[in-house]
Design a protein around this ligand. Structure first.
Ligand code: BJW
Ligand code: ZN
Length: 291
């Protein structure tokens, strides 16, 4: 090993040792940072809705029938079998519509209200599509990956809100995750959800892998990432881009990042704070919110 490499690995070892000794769940210091911050941003992921009964993507609930949710959430899967992907989304809509915001969502909504009263800004950038932040009372929300209530036309790109459930008659009673694909008759294309403007096939208004995020929404998120004083990373595995790049960017700016997660994710090592446990408990405690 050359001198430089040897020095580099000694330094990495030192970094790891220092990190292990740091008190990452330092409630007292976090409280001071929180109270002093004027622009606070919270990035949320599937973990914040886990306690509402909505399965995460990379956890044990990430399967529907025999399919990984992330495999169905793709333009390729929709082109190959739109009926199957619509069945999956019909089931996801049913689960999300029946779910209730949990104490984590409520703590964030109450803290936003407190910030508003104090002239501070609090925004949620969410990767979730379940609408639970809004239902908990949060107002400043940036939805990066879309929303289950919306559809977009595959032809004319018209976006519309469809809150009716089922979204079309052919999907009534469909999407049972315990069934096998082979035992379920395929829904004809002509009976799947249609665009109200041109009548072509509509698809869920969700950002799938390989698709670009709405540029205006991404700009809004990036502006906050570039200007915030404090960044909270809540219930996300921090592996999906561009959201995964936000916290490292804030760290580079020298601003504090606090993570709330049941596990330590690979990105956690670079964050100033890590509050382990279910965010339905850790968020009310760290934000000082009575539920
Ligand atoms: C708890 C808890 C509790 C549990 N309390 N915690 C740069 C490098 C490499 C690749 C790329 C790159 N830039 C773009 C890409 C490609 C791709 C990507 O990131 N791939 C990576 C996987 C490598 N990104 C894209 O394609 C994006 N598009 C894009 O960037 O366009 C331009 C471009 C394209 C291609 C190349 C280059 C540029 C689009 C991403 C869209 C993501 N869509 C999905 C599907 C939505 C479907 C739906 O909802 O129906 O969004 S994927 C899925 O992952 C979903 C989620 O929003 C997202 C993030 O998952 P999340 O929320 O983190 O969930 P989990 O399950 O992973 O984690 C849950 C966490 O909670 C865990 O940590 C638990 O421990 C924790 N937890 N219970 C606290 N109670
Ligand atoms: Zn259309």
């Amino acid at each position: 090993m050359n001198k430089f490499k040897c020095l580099k690995s000694t330094f990495s070892l030192l970094q790891v040792t220092i990190m292990a000794k740091r008190n990452l769940a330092d409630y007292k210091t976090f409280n001071r940072v929180l109270e002093e911050s004027k622009i606070i941003v919270a990035l949320t992921g599937a973990g914040v809705s886990a306690e509402s009964g909505i399965g995460t993507f990379r956890g044990p609930g990430g399967l529907w029938r025999t399919h990984r949710a992330v495999d169905l959430a793709s333009p390729l899967a929709f082109r190959a079998n739109p009926a199957l992907v619509w069945e999956f989304y019909h089931w996801r809509r049913e689960v999300a519509f029946a779910a209730h915001p949990n104490n984590g969502h409520i703590a964030l909504a109450k803290y936003e209200k407190k910030c508003k009263e104090q002239g501070r800004s609090f925004t949620i950038i969410t990767q979730n599509v379940d609408g639970l932040h809004r239902r908990a009372g949060s107002e400043n929300i940036i939805e990066l990956h879309g929303n289950l209530t919306k559809v977009i036309c595959t032809k004319c790109k018209f976006i519309e809100v469809k809150e009716n459930n089922p979204i079309c008659e052919a999907l009534r009673g469909r999407g049972d995750p315990s069934q096998k694909d082979a035992d379920v008759p395929e829904i004809p294309l002509s009976e799947l959800p249609k665009c109200s403007a041109c009548g072509a096939l509509a698809r869920p208004y969700i950002v799938w892998f390989g698709e670009s995020l709405d540029p205006d929404i991404l700009d809004q998120a990036r502006t906050l990432v570039e200007t915030c004083d404090l960044f909270l990373v809540i219930g996300t595995s921090s592996v999906v881009y561009p959201a995964a790049s936000f916290a490292p960017f804030v760290v580079e700016r020298g601003k504090p990042v606090a993570e709330f997660n049941i596990d330590e994710e690979p990105a956690s090592a670079n964050f100033q704070f890590h509050f382990p446990g279910k965010c339905g408990s850790t968020l009310p405690k760290t934000l000082g919110i009575d539920i």
